[in-house]
Write a protein of this length. Sequence first.
Length: 313
Amino acid sequence: MQAAYIEQYGKEDNLTLGRQPIPEILDNQVLIKVHASAVNPVDWMVRNGVFKEHNVHTLPLILGWDAAGEIAQIGSAVTHFALGQAVYAYTSIVKQGAYAQYIAVDADLVASKPRTLNFEQSAAVPLAATTAWQALTKAGELNAGDKILIHNASGGVGMFAVQIAKALGAYVIGTASKASEPFVQSLGVDEFIDYQQHDFTEKVSELDFVLVAVGGDNIVERSLNVVKKEGYLISLLDKISDSLAKSHQVNYHRLWVTPDRDDLNAIAKLIDSGDVKVIIDSSYPLSDIKLAHQRSQSKRAKGKIVVRIPHDK
Ligand SMILES: NC(=O)c1ccc[n+]([C@@H]2O[C@H](COP(=O)([O-])OP(=O)(O)OC[C@H]3O[C@@H](n4cnc5c(N)ncnc54)[C@H](OP(=O)(O)O)[C@@H]3O)[C@@H](O)[C@H]2O)c1
């Protein structure tokens, strides 16, 4: 099968487009014929070797852990899928990825794709939307009427977080640069803060929830000053010490997203009901995977970057 993979860690030039064997499935797995995948920042972090010392991956490594496609083969212990069923998945990041024509995935990670989306749009959802969902409903608890600040409302995760927070009935404040304001407004924020023009600590206070979907600038630490006591501060990247958060009486967690089919089902419902829309920043054929990585590394994407997987050869 065609796939994009690395044989050594490093820059995007290490991404090779070539042939790899179609994976063999285990009894508890399904084989997905992948029509689209997506790029998340973790893809190029893994490519750069972020987990190299932990020996979690085997080279050559196919990157990309979002998949949308059709069930092409079903393991003997799997009962709830049909051949040809349209599915999507956030697949295990310690295994081979989905920049490929086929991927073997544990069946309990796979869900029916949202009915109202095509494969490209569906591939944009799993990892980023699951992160937003787990941040707002599991790491923290966002309730109707709560006030939430979302740092980086314009990226893949932020796009979903803003809309999920609105669907949960929250008052949403989002940050991004001026150039991203129309995009973030279109997601339905109640307030927008241009982080290049304004210090958010002078604009907001006494918030119920802060989601930090960006790194740097001591944003996590500074956010402690705008969360009210017993409120939530969830970071997706940078860490602060638990004792510092405790001294502010804030519920702080550094979230690591985990694949979860129930979450994908909940997210598909929000999408099919029209509460959450999926916006594609850019779409690349698998052959342009290096460009797709460059776009993600620019940290300027508005919405999601998707990768189309051809099946004509
Ligand atoms: N812990 C986890 O499990 C987990 C899971 C998923 C993602 N993440 C992390 O979460 C972060 C967001 O992921 P993503 O997929 O949403 O990234 P992304 O799509 O690459 O984010 C791009 C966006 O970042 C915005 N941005 C850049 N600097 C900013 C700043 N200082 N303040 C506010 N916005 C800023 C840009 O807006 P402007 O162009 O307007 O600046 C751009 O729209 C990444 O660091 C990723 O590694 C962690």
